[in-house]
Design a protein around this ligand. Structure first.
Ligand code: FAD
Length: 447
């Protein structure tokens, strides 16, 4: 291992974001990078713990201590080889993973200064692309065919893993381009779409067939394949069925986010179909990833004000003894978007939308209390009767997604990603993709 005592002298250094005043004028990635030497020093802080909690917390089982050590020694190719042995697309997770590994790092627990694992991962994969360590592989075909439905992170991992094993893989997606929520959900300022395109070129050169713009009825799967993997995500957003829901100006978050990403990709929309916050008072309902992406997008579009409300209480700052380590709350995250201009409020339930001439003008909200359960179960919510109106001429619903009901599938049909687990994280979708690919391989090896 590298330098077991480095963490005593070297502080955690994040690359940080571009200044707010600059970044809100464009949609380019907000996160910056460190120089090579600083990056190696950051990797040296890894203590190579005997029991690497980072590894166990990572859904794909990344071997963080091993690639931190290679990075510290300047062995970038070796670092990439170890990293890519467990992670198909570190350029995605290196940018947008909430880094469960860092929350479990012993340096997080002991001094709240975890190793910059996610940033180090991004640096390794970028070096690998730059230095040409990522080469097109041409696997020998085994004569069996697999259809993957859905080209989000889960489907891409299934396709990649099976293609590399010699299966002929066709990837179907109803959207015009692959990536799923990476492309048509997550804003460019978190993940530039060139990063997806760069990888898709390699996958196509390696033999994966992309059938984009093709919606598949999962009850009538296309014929001619030996196995299928359904990776269709969680397309249905949770609605808020309260009085006034029919008013104009109330949108699901993805209506705005997907449209903005398409506009940045060069598409145009008629004026009456635009979901744009320019000159509007925006209210975002929901405090997760989707909500924060709505904030950053509204700010860039030119909103007059952005308020975000959440029904749950404000989370405690720092380590929460009520949450057994190494678990942590993954909602209510503070992201780069919050510091770009947003008022955040907690413990507010929405009672009704208010409007004039058919358009939304505000939301009546009511403060709620959360009563802890005495039996260790879930807290219960109690409305307090304290009501107020938050003015808004655009409301974005970002309250999560419904887990799809799946039909009973035949023996050769597998499931992966959010379609299987319900809405989750990119890294979990990728983990599900690896698991499903292994199961498909086992199944097809037997038949
Ligand atoms: P998806 O990414 O949803 O992909 C499913 C694909 O299936 C889509 O391309 C869809 O078009 C296609 N499809 C659906 N039905 C059909 C059909 N019948 N025929 C053909 N194709 C079909 N996670 C993080 O880790 N970090 C983040 O920062 C983060 N930010 C997020 C921001 C937003 C706005 C949202 C909505 C989610 C975010 N997530 C984030 C969650 C993450 O994006 C998802 O967990 C992940 O994309 C799920 O991957 P998936 O492949 O299962 O599904």
């Amino acid at each position: 291992m590298g330098d077991p005592r480095a963490f005593l002298n070297i502080a955690r250094q994040e690359a940080g974001y571009r200044p707010v005043s600059e970044r809100i004028t464009d949609y380019s990635q907000v996160e910056q990078t460190l120089n090579t030497n600083s990056r190696k020093l950051q990797a040296s802080r890894c203590m190579d713990c005997g029991v690497p909690f980072c590894h166990w917390a990572c859904p794909i089982g990344n071997k963080q201590p091993e690639w931190q050590d290679a990075l510290y020694r300047g062995k970038w190719k070796e670092a990439y080889e170890v990293l890519s042995s467990t992670c198909d697309f570190p350029e995605f997770t290196g940018r947008i993973c909430p880094a469960l590994c860092e929350k479990s790092c012993v340096l997080k627990l002991s001094c709240d200064q975890p190793v910059t694992i996610r940033e180090n991962e991004a640096a390794i994969v970028e070096a690998a692309f730059r230095e040409g360590y990522i080469q097109v592989k041409t696997p020998e075909r085994n004569g069996k065919k697999v259809a993957v439905i859905g080209a989000g992170p889960a489907g891409l991992v299934v396709a990649n893993q099976l293609n590399l094993k010699g299966y002929s893989v066709t990837l179907f997606d109803k959207d015009e381009a692959p990536g799923g929520l990476l492309r048509f959900g997550i804003p460019n300022f978190k993940l530039d779409k060139n990063v997806i395109d760069r990888r898709m070129k390699i996958l196509a050169a390696e033999g994966i067939r992309f059938e984009m713009g093709v919606e598949i009825d999962v009850n009538h799967l296309p014929e001619g394949f030996d196995a299928y993997c359904i990776c269709t995500g969680t397309p249905a957003a949770r609605d808020l069925s309260i009085p006034g829901r029919e008013l104009k100006g109330i949108h699901f978050a993805l209506e705005m986010l997907a449209q903005q990403n398409r506009i940045l990709a060069g598409q145009t929309f008629p004026k009456d179909k635009l979901v744009n916050a320019k000159g509007k008072k925006v209210l975002v309902i929901g405090g997760g990833d989707t909500g924060s992406d709505c904030i950053g997008t509204s700010v860039r579009q030119g909103a007059v004000s952005v308020t975000q409300i959440e029904i749950m209480p404000k989370p405690p700052v720092g380590y929460n003894p009520a949450t057994p380590w190494p678990q942590w709350p993954v909602v209510f995250k503070t992201t780069s978007s919050h510091e770009e201009g947003c008022t955040r409020r907690w413990c507010l339930a929405s009672n009704q939308f208010l409007g004039k001439n058919g358009k939304v003008t505000g939301v009546e909200v009511e403060e709620v209390e959360w009563i802890p359960a005495t039996d260790g179960g879930r807290s219960t919510m109690k409305p307090t009767g304290k009501k107020e109106v938050i003015e808004a001429d655009m409301v974005l619903l970002a309250m999560g997604f419904l887990k799809p009901e799946q039909p009973k599938f035949a023996e050769n049909v597998f499931l992966a990603g959010d379609a299987d687990t319900g809405a989750s994280l990119v890294v979990r979708a990728m983990a599900g993709g690896r698991k499903a690919a292994a199961e498909i391989d086992t199944y097809l090896t037997k038949v």
